[in-house]
Design a binder for this molecule. Structure first.
Ligand SMILES: C[S@@+](CC[C@H](N)C(=O)[O-])C[C@H]1O[C@@H](n2cnc3c(N)ncnc32)[C@H](O)[C@@H]1O
Length: 323
């Protein structure tokens, strides 16, 4: 089994697609006027979403704050642990909802009872990579599981893909559809599906469907619309197997984990056990998801597992590296 976290085992003279990946991932966060991670530390993250600054929990922010003076700028602070037991203390000027943009996509944000705001900025790198992988692949089918408010769905739709957007929560799917409308993508080819991710994948397999690209961002615990239980540790292997069976040999897979104990090494092993052939037919990349902060440090936000086929290599080549 490959050991390294960047686990592409084949050597090419210069790994152009991985360099391209890095360039896209960096640019997705660095060239984003509406978002900034200002600082993190002592279990919290200080972020600017458009004009508004939030201060909320971040389990991975164990070290001291780098810029303690800045934290008094927050317009909203989530107090209590994440997961619905806390409460937002907010500046009276902060509106109930506001919009931010990412490269022409628009997202409605609001302070949710769980301490979220409706956008996971760490996924912007995936959006940029998805759009690049969809270059000259308009009309390709994309599956977005645990799709939340639709960041990856909208990025793929903007690039011309036909997207199946699957989430268990009806209100989340409605929120994502609102974001599509805000982004001028109301008529895009998106199938809005309220369904349990595992059930949907099994049904698609029975129907003999296939997808060029699959993105999945499962929570540690969740449930389907009819109470179907999802536990990452228990169900991820079968779910990933189903996704690999649905995946086009010439496409790509982007999979993220936020579950303790499922870091780069374990996920590399899992993928290798399920489909060792992936290492022969394309590139596998397993890395820590990070958001660079204004202070120069980076906040870890989970683990990303990516596979892209040999046919996709050229689409990730950086403009800055000569052949
Ligand atoms: C995107 S994940 C959250 C992952 C997040 N990045 C984190 O840090 O935990 C949450 C989404 O998964 C959805 N979800 C939870 N269980 C599900 C299930 N069994 N099938 C489909 N969607 C589910 C939720 O409705 C929510 O929109």
């Amino acid at each position: 089994m490959p050991e390294s976290t960047t686990s592409s085992t084949r050597s090419s003279p210069i790994d152009r697609s991985e360099a391209g990946w890095e360039e896209l991932a960096r640019g997705a966060l660095a060239d984003w006027p509406d978002y900034e991670l200002l600082d993190f530390g002592e279990g919290r993250r200080l972020e600017r979403f458009g004009p508004w600054i939030t201060d909320r929990p971040a389990a991975a922010a164990a070290q001291p704050k780098a810029d303690p003076a800045r934290w008094s700028l927050a317009h909203a602070r989530y107090e209590g642990s994440r997961g619905g037991e806390g409460v937002w203390r907010r500046h009276e000027a902060l509106p109930d909802a506001w919009n931010v943009a990412w490269r022409g996509l628009r997202f409605e944000l609001k302070l949710s009872p769980s301490g979220q705001v409706g956008l996971f900025p760490e996924h912007a790198a995936d959006w940029a990579v998805t759009q690049s992988l969809l270059r000259s692949a308009a009309g390709k089918r994309i599956l977005n599981l645990f799709a939340y408010t639709g960041g990856a769905t909208l990025a793929a739709a903007q690039a011309g893909a036909e997207v199946s957007h699957v989430d268990a929560a009806r209100n989340m799917v409605a929120w994502a559809a609102r974001n599509a409308e805000l982004s001028g993508l109301r008529r895009a080819a998106v199938h809005w599906i309220v369904e349990d991710a595992g059930k949907f994948v099994r049904r698609e397999l029975r129907r003999g469907n296939a997808y060029f690209g699959i993105l999945l961002d499962p929570p540690s615990y969740g449930h389907g619309p009819r109470g179907e239980s999802f536990q990452f540790a228990r169900h991820i292997s079968a779910l990933l197997q189903g996704c690999l069976d649905l995946l086009d040999d010439e496409g790509f897979l982007l999979f993220t984990s936020h579950t303790p104990g499922f870091g780069p090494r374990r996920l590399t092993g899992l993928l290798h056990d399920l489909r060792p052939r992936l290492w022969q037919t394309g590139r596998v990349r397993v890395k820590t998801l990070e958001i660079p902060a204004a202070t120069g440090r980076a906040l870890p936000c989970g683990t990303l597992v990516a596979w892209w086929s040999d046919r996709c290599e050229e689409r990730l080549s950086p403009r800055s590296v000569d052949p």
